[in-house]
Write a protein that binds this ligand. Structure first.
Ligand code: HEC
Length: 290
């Protein structure tokens, strides 16, 4: 192993292997483990230094052993070494991949026609190009079979699947997200379905004090344009969420209703504006204008 692969390949490959294994086994969430745990980076640096040191020591041992060889053995060893170095010579690898031949061999490539001194060379296609091309043909066959013979998922189907998954995620998020709606960003809902939900919440929680039609009882009349704590969706949302003045009997509903529900019931309350309840309580507070 060590004999045939040079150090400049061996050390990085070995090091990356270690990093990869650590990344795989250490649970570091979305981040890389060595970023999440700075100590790990330090350990990795030590490992790298250790690898280099081990390399140096092995080299030194090799040197000592080399000195102990007979002259013929030294000769043989050197030749083998040379062969090995040649195999991993970057320039040689590049030339092989590019398929170029040195200028000195140009004569062999020349085609036998000559147009007023313009000659043509018959260069072979560069191997990297040729093999990529073959690979693309193989890939195309697989692609064709997967999508057109076996009915693989096309873009539209993939898109729809992802949208569906995203929709489920959004619903999940909405279930647990506490502060999507608050007194600052709340808007008045006008859709019948939302107001219907608001009405249900109102009839369950609020009508005992504000009367089923909002006319008022223990709590103030919610149908007139007078407001103690301010009208408009933002104020009403705030009152329902945080409660009325201390000791007046209107509790903070944020502990039992979700923000979205408070928005619904507040919108429903405001939809009662201008209706005529059966037993309206006298107006309290000031006339509200935005
Ligand atoms: C236990 C009785 C009681 C219940 C139940 C109750 N309220 Fe009230 N509500 C009151 C009282 C009392 C006030 C006046 C608070 C104050 O003066 O500070 C009030 C005030 C309000 C106001 C402010 C009115 C204004 O003039 O500024 C709104 C809006 C309101 N309630 C909505 C609701 C809604 C919506 C519910 C149901 C989720 C609800 N209330 C449930 C007793 C109640």
């Amino acid at each position: 192993m060590r004999q045939s692969i040079p150090a400049w390949i061996r050390i990085p490959v070995f090091f990356l292997l270690i990093v990869g294994v650590l990344e795989y086994f250490i649970d570091s969430g979305d981040n890389y483990a060595f970023i999440e745990f700075p100590l790990l980076s330090a350990v990795l640096v030590v490992i790298l230094l250790f690898l280099i040191a081990a390399e140096a020591i092995l080299n030194a041992i090799e040197n000592v052993m080399f000195q102990a060889l007979t002259p013929e053995a030294k000769e043989r060893y050197m030749r083998a070494q040379q062969e090995r170095i040649k195999k991993y010579d970057l320039k040689r690898i590049y030339r092989k991949l590019a398929g170029t031949r040195p200028i000195s061999e140009e004569k062999e490539l020349e085609l036998d026609h000559n147009y007023d001194g313009i000659k043509e060379l018959d260069n072979k296609l560069p191997p990297w190009w040729l093999y990529s091309f073959y690979a693309s043909i193989v890939f195309a066959a697989g692609y064709l079979a997967y999508y057109h013979l076996w009915d693989g998922e096309n873009q539209v189907a993939e898109f729809e699947k992802e949208m569906l998954a995203a929709k489920i995620q959004v619903e999940e998020y909405k279930k647990t997200a506490p502060d999507l709606v608050n007194a600052e960003n709340v808007v008045l809902l006008t859709e019948a379905a939302e107001l219907k939900k608001g009405e249900t919440i109102y009839q369950t929680n609020c009508m005992a004090c504000h009367a089923p039609d909002g006319g008022g009882g223990i709590g103030p009349n919610l149908t007139d344009e007078h407001w103690i704590l301010g009208g408009g969706i933002k104020n009403v949302f705030h009152t329902v969420s945080e409660g009325g003045r201390a000791g007046k009997g209107m509790i903070a509903w944020k502990s039992s209703l979700k923000p979205a529900e408070i928005q619904q019931v507040a919108s429903y309350v405001l939809s009662l504006q201008g209706t005529s309840p059966a037993n309206p309580k006298d107006a309290e507070g000031d006339i509200w204008t935005e």
